[in-house]
Design a protein around this ligand. Structure first.
Ligand code: FES
Ligand code: FES
Length: 244
């Protein structure tokens, strides 16, 4: 029987791609392939949204494990990160971003991946007290640094003042941007306290105040697709002690 020309075209394309990318379709960095990742996500979502089926199923979704290092990766580099007060000695592919390291290697999914291009602020964490988009920094560049994520803000189960204020003022809807908003707000208020001016500061020599204009300007790198901005500003003002 004559071969379907479309099939042979696809087969040829696959062969060529495999020649160019020998690892195509193989597990990424020894962790998980795209296909198995998607099937795990699907299983987990279904189990979460259909508790009746989940309770009778004998196939529970696989537990998420911490994967501290990637062994066997050529050129893996040792990296030490102090995260939320705990030291982690890792061996990482040097191309790993801080965001992927937190989420995939250390199982700290509170820090969110929105754009992965430094445009949304969902991945904001505190590095040595300064806010930083974790998607824009390689983990290896942060060797020896002290990092605080949303998981590390509470103190012995007591929410940080900004976390409490976000709850009180309904500073979120879907909540996806919220960890980044809160970490950014913590860093931003520290900047105001240190007297660092912004584009909204009328007098560069005067101590800046945590008022609405300053907060909106300084938080402009944190996008909220649910547009909870008025509530976010109100929450930050309350946490900063601004009476207005
Ligand atoms: S995920 Fe980092 S800025 Fe959007
Ligand atoms: S609360 Fe949904 S993106 Fe901000």
């Amino acid at each position: 029987m004559a071969k379907d020309p479309t099939e042979s075209k696809i087969a040829k394309g696959t062969e060529e791609r495999e020649k160019l990318v020998p690892d195509a379709g193989q597990p990424i960095l020894g962790r998980v392939s795209r296909r198995s990742f998607l099937s795990h996500i699907g299983a987990a979502s279904i189990a979460a949204s259909t508790p009746v089926f989940a309770s009778v199923s004998s196939h529970a979704p696989p537990a998420i494990e911490e994967i501290p290092s990637v062994d066997g990766v050529e050129g893996a580099v040792p990296v030490t990160l102090r995260i939320n007060g705990k030291e982690h000695n890792l061996k990482l592919d040097p191309r790993t971003t801080l965001l992927d390291c937190l989420r995939e290697n250390l199982n700290l999914p509170g820090t969110k991946k929105g754009c992965d291009h430094g445009q949304c602020g969902a991945c904001t964490v505190l590095v040595n007290g300064m806010r930083l988009n974790a998607c824009l920094s390689l983990a290896a560049m942060r060797d020896g640094d002290s990092i605080v994520t949303i998981e590390g803000l509470a103190d012995n189960g007591k929410l940080h003042a900004l976390q409490q204020a976000f709850v009180k003022h309904d500073g979120f809807q879907c909540g996806y941007c919220t960890p980044g908003q809160i970490c950014s707000a913590v860093g931003m208020l520290a900047e105001i306290e240190r007297g660092i001016p912004s584009a909204a500061s009328a007098d560069l020599a005067a101590a800046p105040q945590a008022n609405g204009a300053e907060i909106r300007e300084r938080m402009s790198g944190n996008i909220c697709r649910c547009a909870a901005y008025p509530n976010i500003v109100a929450a930050i003002r309350q946490a900063a002690g601004d009476p207005a």
